[in-house]
Design a protein around this ligand. Structure first.
Ligand code: FAD
Length: 455
């Protein structure tokens, strides 16, 4: 395995799909053991219902299907004891309090503990809703709305087809992709759509090209809507620009790869509304992924990126208390996490984050990159389907945590950012989602081959 530079196209010989598939097959049992067989990683706390969409009135985009519903853990007895409100109250105290920004500044942290809090396991302390670090790539989910969090069992609420779609979903994806339009745009020389350069023909293409050159992407997207409204989706056309800086390209790949993973899950665990049976829907896969190699490539790219973040975090987790209130279970959780990170650590570095935010306009783009990613996490409150919102929020939090580990965490520095329990849970479950997607894609490929061989 050689390192995947953020520039690489994952289907390059160096970072081939098969290399990452092999890696995934080896790591998958340990990853599933961590995410499905431990309380720590299978319960997620989030603000699922308490926040309004900050961008538009979303009351029309709500999904009423039963498949959109989420079973929350309303009964305290279903929540591991240590995380119940009453127990959390008891833990508040000078020692167990979250270090917080002020305290972090006053008390330099030991490198091995800083990332995950001090003295006590981060998971044993009350997570204050307004704790926000300027190094976060995600808006803390409970921001400003104390106590609105719910616990959800991720195992009991699998990500799958819900029937959510239409204008509401389209508006969310559209807004997400528009975040990719960085303000400091370097004007591209040409644009491509999938593997094709300029799907637009004639006058519209010429006009659009000149708008892109002269005025940047924001206006180009608006112009495209006017000039060629029949083009399938405004964002995708404007995204693959030649000569685009690395950081913007990575931003797009992360978002598109997340979208691919969501599409893969809904196609693989699809409800046949005629028979009432759940199962893979090959046509769905063909329409959303197979025809778009770049989307699949972005999914593999995300696998490399998130796995690298977890590997980087591995040594810091050795001293972490996976607090569930039961010491025996905590030790088992730790052993499972170590089995995974040790195995992942044996693989040569698969993603090279050191190339980002260093050259050209790179350093100045970091704040912009972070703010845009935070905005994507805010947009998740506009998703009108509870189940989709749950997984959308978890995955943006997971990618946010991965980016924080990759870009804010310097091995040589003593001042390392803190990761909350929810960030850890999101990070590991996000990798598990991508891992399942790779497996599903492989199964879909076999189905396509067998269909083609019998045709
Ligand atoms: P969409 O998937 O809505 O895509 C819109 C447009 O984006 C496409 O026309 C295409 O031009 C472009 N596009 C598509 N994929 C990519 C990609 N990978 N990279 C770049 N561009 C792309 N539905 C479920 O059934 N279950 C879920 O769990 C679920 N979770 C969701 C989570 C979120 C955050 C959102 C916003 C939606 C979710 N949905 C879910 C809905 C689902 O994603 C689709 O929006 C819906 O199925 C309608 O699909 P569509 O064919 O209109 O294309």
């Amino acid at each position: 395995v050689c390192a995947i530079s953020p520039k690489a196209i994952v289907s390059d010989a160096c970072a081939s799909y098969s290399t990452l598939d092999d890696l995934n097959r080896n790591l998958r049992p340990s990853l599933l053991d961590v995410t499905q067989n431990t309380d720590f990683f299978s319960y997620y706390r989030l603000n699922l219902f308490g926040k309004e969409c900050p961008f538009w009135n979303d009351s029309n985009g709500m999904c009423g299907n039963i498949a959109c519903a989420v079973n929350t853990l309303d009964n305290e007895e279903d929540i591991p004891e240590i995380w119940r409100a009453e127990e959390l109250g008891k833990l508040e105290g000078p020692k167990a309090t979250h270090p917080g920004k002020k305290l972090q500044r006053e008390r330099p942290q030991k490198p091995l503990q800083g990332m995950l809090g001090e003295d006590v396991g981060e998971s044993c302390v009350v997570e204050y809703d307004d704790e926000c670090d300027e190094r976060d790539y995600c808006v803390p989910d409970d921001e400003g709305t104390s106590g609105k969090g719910v616990y959800v069992s991720l195992v009991d609420n699998p990500e799958r087809f819900t029937g959510y779609g239409g204008e509401g979903a389209q508006q969310v994806w559209n807004t997400i992709y528009k975040e990719n339009c960085f303000s400091k745009a370097s004007f591209p020389k040409s644009a491509s759509y999938g593997t094709q350069r300029f799907p637009l023909q004639g006058e519209a293409a010429t006009q659009l090209q000149s708008v892109i050159r002269e005025r940047g992407r924001q206006q180009a997207l608006a112009a495209q809507q006017k000039l060629a409204p029949e083009t399938p989706f405004v964002a995708e056309t404007g995204l693959e620009f030649e000569g685009e800086c690395l950081e913007k390209r990575v931003f797009y790949r992360v978002v598109s790869g997340m979208h691919s993973s969501i599409s893969t899950h809904l196609c693989f665990d699809y409800l046949n509304q005629t028979t009432g049976e759940w199962g893979p829907n090959l046509q769905c896969y063909k329409d959303r992924l197979h025809k778009f190699p770049e989307r699949v490539s972005n999914l593999y790219f995300n696998y490399a990126l998130v796995l690298r973040a977890i590997t980087k975090l591995g040594p810091y987790l050795q001293d972490y208390t996976f607090c569930s209130g039961d010491p025996c279970q905590d030790a088992t959780t730790k052993a499972k996490v170590q089995a995974l990170t040790t195995q992942a650590g044996e693989v040569p570095q698969i993603f090279d984050e050191s190339l980002m935010f260093v050259n050209g306009e790179g350093p100045s783009l970091k704040e912009d990159f972070k703010n845009r990613f935070r905005n994507i996490s805010r947009i998740m409150d506009c998703v009108g389907c509870d189940k989709c919102r749950l997984w959308g929020k978890l995955q943006t939090a997971g990618y946010g945590a991965a980016l924080k580990v990759l870009f804010e965490f310097d091995n040589s520095s003593e001042d390392v950012p803190v990761l909350k329990r929810t960030e850890l849970v999101a990070l590991f479950n996000t990798l598990a989602r991508i891992s399942s997607s790779l497996e599903a894609i492989n199964q879909f490929r076999v189905m396509v081959e067998s269909e083609e061989s019998t045709a």
